[in-house]
Design a protein around this ligand. Structure first.
Ligand code: ADP
Ligand code: MG
Length: 394
């Protein structure tokens, strides 16, 4: 178990907290503040327990140079509104300077300040120890709350913990509880659904999960690479040449490990990669040469629903089809609805899968939607994330 903010007596202490406030901006205005709202419970806990809180984050890719378009100033304003109290923003092109240090040292209990985009310094992504040291001087305890960057060893996500003790905030605690427990201590049967575009990207995840799951379900573009490796013709469907040999290995491994490995039995194929392209359902052994598979078919949906109805834990990574196009979103939507209605613990990992669930308005029906696309994938691969490893154990 990792220490959380509940394990610290905050009275008179200051927190340096790494948040993920990498919010989308348009003409200087925030277009989606989900990430700001997500951090409120942790910030409010710190305020209520008498901490002084210094928050840091990255925003966009300023490539190590100060860039006013990627300033965190709008975030400080929005955060002030939500907290109902002023969040002091101390701008600095070098992120930490004498003024920033002074402001941090003058904070009173329950006060909050935000420093400038840590990626204004090129030392951030290099995990430079001097910069990490500068950040650590702003407080007594490091609070890790940015799951989306926890797979990167940067000064503000990892390096800082060489100087001061590290604990997690509530967002990280939740990720570890649901994503971590699902993978390491699942209630069985444990089913994983893997979809999306490329086999190659997800091979390490599938390989790791084959050791843990009872049922592995494949959908999306990656299915066609499996079909090809089984000798089927796949027409103009997505083929991951590099992943071809690996797909064959996975099929063998699944058999050896006795995992129930399910591939689509029918697919929806279209003439073109376009929503209005004519399309029909085909059995997977009769995909026409001149068409491409863009979704799973109705028999496959029924097969997958039956398998999922037996599961007690379900992890889903990667959509079942090109869900961005309405005509090819049917399979992804059916699976999302199946999870929404399921009594199993349902965990969504992966940026596009999370986007699909949100698009269908089902986000409240899932047990947990991971906030970190790349980070959740690495987690499912069984890798230790550097930004998590540095959090102290209880
Ligand atoms: P995640 O972000 O959830 O990990 P990926 O990034 O791996 O998912 O894959 C998502 C993409 O896969 C989507 O943009 C979707 O359109 C695409 N995709 C799904 N099925 C197909 C298909 N049959 N052909 C081409 N692309 C597909
Ligand atoms: Mg993606």
């Amino acid at each position: 178990m990792k220490k959380t903010i509940r394990d610290v007596n905050w009275e008179g202490k200051s927190a340096v907290m790494r948040c993920d406030f990498n919010v989308p901006l348009k003409d200087g205005a925030i277009t989606d503040d989900t990430r700001i709202r997500a951090a409120l419970p942790t910030i409010n806990y710190l305020i209520d327990h008498g901490a002084k809180t210094v928050i840091m984050s990255h925003l966009g890719r300023p490539k190590g140079k100060a860039n006013p378009e990627m300033s965190l100033a709008p975030v400080a304003a929005r955060l002030s509104e939500y907290l109902g109290k002023e969040v002091k923003f101390v701008p600095s092109d070098v992120v930490v300077d004498a003024d920033v240090k002074k402001a941090a040292s003058e904070l009173a209990s329950g006060e909050v300040m935000l420093i400038e985009n840590v990626r204004f310094r090129e030392e951030e992504e290099k995990n430079d120890p001097d910069f990490a040291g500068e950040l650590s001087e702003l407080g007594d305890v490091f609070v890790q709350e940015a799951f989306g960057t926890s797979h990167r060893a940067h000064a503000s996500t990892t390096g800082i913990a060489s100087f001061i003790p590290a604990v997690s905030g509530f967002l990280i605690e939740k990720e570890l509880k649901f994503l971590g427990n699902a993978v390491d201590n699942p209630e069985r049967p444990f089913a994983a659904i893997m979809g999306g575009a490329k086999v190659k990207d997800k091979i390490p995840v599938i390989t790791n999960l084959l050791d843990k799951v009872d049922i592995l379900i494949i959908g999306g573009g990656m299915a066609y690479t499996f079909f090809k490796s089984m000798g089927y013709s796949i027409g103009k469907s997505l083929l991951d040449e590099e992943g071809l040999g690996l797909a064959g290995d996975i099929l063998k491994l699944a058999k050896e490990k006795g995992v129930e490995f399910l591939l689509p039995v029918d697919v929806v194929c279209a003439d073109e990669f376009a929503n209005d392209s004519p399309h029909d359902v085909y059995k997977v052994d009769s995909i026409p040469e001149d068409r491409m598979g863009l979704d799973i078919g109705p028999e496959t949906i029924a097969l997958y629903k039956e398998a999922l109805s037996r599961a007690k834990t379900i992890v889903w990574n990667g959509p079942m089809g090109v869900f961005e196009m309405e005509n090819f979103a049917v399979g992804t939507k059916a699976i999302a609805e199946c999870l929404a209605e399921s009594d199993a613990t349902t965990v969504i990992g992966g940026g596009d899968s999370a986007a699909a669930v949100t698009q269908f308005g089902l986000e409240d029906k899932m047990t947990h939607i991971s906030t970190g696309g790349g980070a959740s994938l690495e987690f499912l691969e069984g890798r230790e994330l550097p930004g998590i490893a540095i959090i102290e154990d209880k």
